[in-house]
Design a protein around this ligand. Structure first.
Ligand code: 5GP
Length: 189
């Protein structure tokens, strides 16, 4: 699997430091508020567990599955709500935990959904912010790293549902998604 990566952008240690920094900041900013940490499946799972463990403050955990990518490397532009969260968000402080914000469409969709349902406040903590890709006007409140406009995988981020278990974030070799006969995509690596 490692052989499919052209370059590591953020190492395991870089990411651990970012999770510590943001977890500590959230603990400070949400002291006494018991926010809901809303993790966006599947990409934000690793980021969620690392940030929540670094946040020494009362918080609830919820999940939502919203998809704008359909297994490829380009954003599809249409958002699908696959799994809704199970808690009433009315009057609650929500922290959306995202893996990456690119066009911003997914985030905007979730923010509007939570606003309609009466959330008291909505902030976003994303591992990666791909600002160059932004199409809609939306900001990320807590950013792990500003990432260049390239397709990245690892630490939750996938290509065709693979590479999520890499402990770092890296750039996939273009040959992997151009060559149909890639060993990895045939499950041989
Ligand atoms: P947006 O709606 O902001 O364009 O896209 C957000 C979602 O697109 C992310 O949650 C992620 O699933 C996917 N995405 C955007 N950029 C990348 C990327 O560079 N790599 C991967 N693996 N997914 C991405």
């Amino acid at each position: 699997m490692n052989n499919d990566i052209e370059r590591v952008l953020y190492s395991e240690a870089d990411i651990a430091a970012a999770a510590q920094r943001i977890g500590a900041q959230l603990a400070q900013d949400y002291a006494g508020k018991t926010p809901i940490l809303l993790s966006v499946l599947k990409g934000a799972i690793l980021w969620t567990v690392d940030v929540m463990r670094a946040m020494d403050e009362y918080a609830e955990i919820e999940f939502i599955d919203v998809s704008s990518y359909h297994g490829g490397v380009e954003s599809a532009g249409t958002i699908t709500l696959r799994t809704d969260l199970t808690t009433d968000v009315k009057g609650r402080d929500i922290i959306i935990l995202e893996d990456i914000v690119d066009t911003g469409r997914t985030l905007k969709y979730m923010v509007e959904l939570l606003e309609q349902r009466g959330a008291a406040s909505i902030k976003v903590a994303s591992l990666l912010d791909k600002k160059e890709g932004r199409v809609v006007d939306i900001d990320v409140d807590y950013i792990g790293f500003d990432v260049p406009n390239e397709f990245v995988v690892g630490y939750g981020l996938d290509y065709k549902d693979l590479y999520r278990n890499l402990p770092y974030v890296g750039i996939l070799k273009p040959a992997v998604y151009t060559a149909e006969d890639s060993a990895t995509l045939n499950g041989q690596d």
